[in-house]
Design a protein around this ligand. Structure first.
Ligand code: EPU
Length: 445
């Protein structure tokens, strides 16, 4: 551990410090939260990261300017835009509007440097194969939350007629032409479904994806592709049918609201006995989360234009199991766990999607939480109050859970490795501050 000017005591080793300084904003910042404030007011939800990423990538399938609105200003969006630019696409950004023209693609490679910072870069595999008949994409390694193989993406592409090999850490995919076929996913995979949908839209004949992901982001991509002239039906059900077409045209698409950001603000209000209105959201995408939070005793009402969330006491313990959509999302598990830390009684939280998604537990324990983990199950003994502490996390949603814990804790919480938050939450500290939280971002000097 390295004290620098007596300030940086907890979070960065010397090597890390140098790396972070080299990487700039977000790496040299932390978020400070003084807990105990009740949240009140109105918050507007941004566009969904996990819808924006595949939809921006879908621009690779066509010539001409595509326009995307309500695109969140996030580190992951910057990464995907950088990747599109490296492939030869022209990308113009103005606040939450992004325009992409992939008319003159000059490369077909997603390099290691980009894929290792964002696994969703593999989404270019399907569209590059469809458009250029060729793709070279760094194979993503494991990440903080699990091994996360992409074998099902690759198997599906092979069934569509691609030849796939792995050389020097890169997936090399080639196809003279892709031919529609019947594909069954052994496991429900969100980006796998999206990758194959984008590969199949320009294939010859009809492709059927079975046991497909039903997430709202998959539906949003299907709608965007259909606007471009694709013929996709069944998105939102386990069977998606894609009738191949010869060409696609550019589209103008508005990104759907982020359901995970919405869920995070629901928990923020619940934890602080708040009374907030959440606008620009889509409650129907959050049915499981709303059910479970209501079961915990929190009032959630649909109002014109949004949701009102009124926290109160007591918070009741409820059990939760993460599942593919429409089940409870793994991306809300860490945040829900914080709520259960404050509940009376025992809560059993089972994580069935990723094998290592309890990395927030040790940090929550440092804030006084009583949680025991056994395999994919966490048992939360609620009822203890949380106390502020210096904490950090190695994943986006875990970091969000630490900010939430800080809102409810007594004293000061310092969340470092803010760059994880910046990958997926647009201006989170500004939005929370507007609701009355005592939260600010500071430089690590
Ligand atoms: N899996 C395989 N083989 C594959 C693909 C997936 O075994 O070829 C396994 C994974 O290891 C995992 C499960 O299937 O155990 C589900 O993974 P999935 O492929 O659905 O995850 P993903 O597509 O890589 C997306 C989101 C994640 C979100 C998951 C689950 C994007 C860009 N990412 O990831 O979002 O957690 O679906 O809902 O859409 C986040 O935003 O913080 C985030 C991690």
């Amino acid at each position: 551990m390295l004290p620098v000017n007596g300030r940086l005591q907890f979070d960065l080793s010397r090597g890390e410090l140098y790396r972070h300084r080299a990487k700039g904003k977000g790496y040299m910042e932390k978020i400070l939260i003084e807990g105990g404030r009740r949240l009140e007011g109105t918050v507007a939800i941004s566009g969904a990261k996990n819808a924006a990423l595949p939809i921006l990538v879908s621009a690779l399938l066509t010539d001409g300017w595509n326009t995307y609105q309500n695109v969140p200003e996030l580190r992951d969006v910057m990464t995907i835009n950088k990747l599109l630019t490296e492939l030869g696409a022209r990308v113009e950004t103005e606040k939450n509007t992004v325009r992409v023209n992939a008319g003159a693609l000059s490369r077909y490679e997603a390099p290691y440097e980009l894929v290792r910072t964002m696994r969703a870069s593999v989404l270019v595999l399907g569209p590059l194969l469809a458009r250029l008949g060729r793709a070279r994409v760094s194979l993503p390694g494991g990440c903080a939350i699990g091994a996360r193989p992409i074998n099902l993406h690759l198997r599906g592409l092979e069934l569509l007629g691609a030849e796939i090999s792995l050389n020097h850490g890169y997936i090399e995919a080639k196809a003279k032409s892709l031919k529609g076929t019947d594909i069954y996913f052994d496991i429900v995979t969100v980006t796998g479904t999206e990758n194959l949908m984008m590969a199949a839209v320009l294939a010859e004949g009809t492709t059927t994806l079975r046991n497909a992901a039903r997430e709202p982001e998959v539906c949003a991509l299907a709608e965007a592709l259909n606007q471009m002239g694709a013929q996709i039906s069944g998105a939102g059900t386990p069977m998606i049918t894609i009738r191949g077409v010869d060409t696609l045209r550019p589209a103008s698409v508005t990104i759907i609201p982020d359901r995970i950001e919405t869920g995070t603000f629901i928990i923020a209000s619940a934890l602080t006995q708040g009374n907030i209105k959440i606008v620009s959201c889509e409650p129907s995408h959050l049915t499981a989360v709303i059910h479970k939070v209501r079961e915990a005793g929190v009032t959630i009402e649909e109002e014109p234009g949004g949701l009102r969330v009124i926290g109160g006491e007591p918070i009741c313990s409820v059990d939760v199991k993460t599942l593919p959509y429409p089940g409870f999302p793994t991306d809300m598990q860490a945040q829900f766990m914080v709520l259960m830390c404050l509940a009376s009684g025992l809560s059993v939280i089972s994580e069935t999607i990723f094998e290592n998604r309890f990395i927030h537990v040790c940090e929550l324990q440092r804030m006084g939480a009583n949680i025991k983990v056994s395999g994919n199950t966490a048992i939360v003994s609620g009822g203890k109050s949380l106390t502020g502490a210096p904490v950090m996390a190695t994943d986006l949603r875990a970091s969000a859970s630490l900010i939430l814990a800080g809102l409810a804790a007594k004293g000061t919480t310092e969340v470092s490795r803010v760059y994880h938050i910046d990958r997926g939450y647009e201006a989170i500290e500004k939005k929370l501050a507007q609701l009355g939280a005592n939260i600010r971002r500071v430089q690590i000097t």
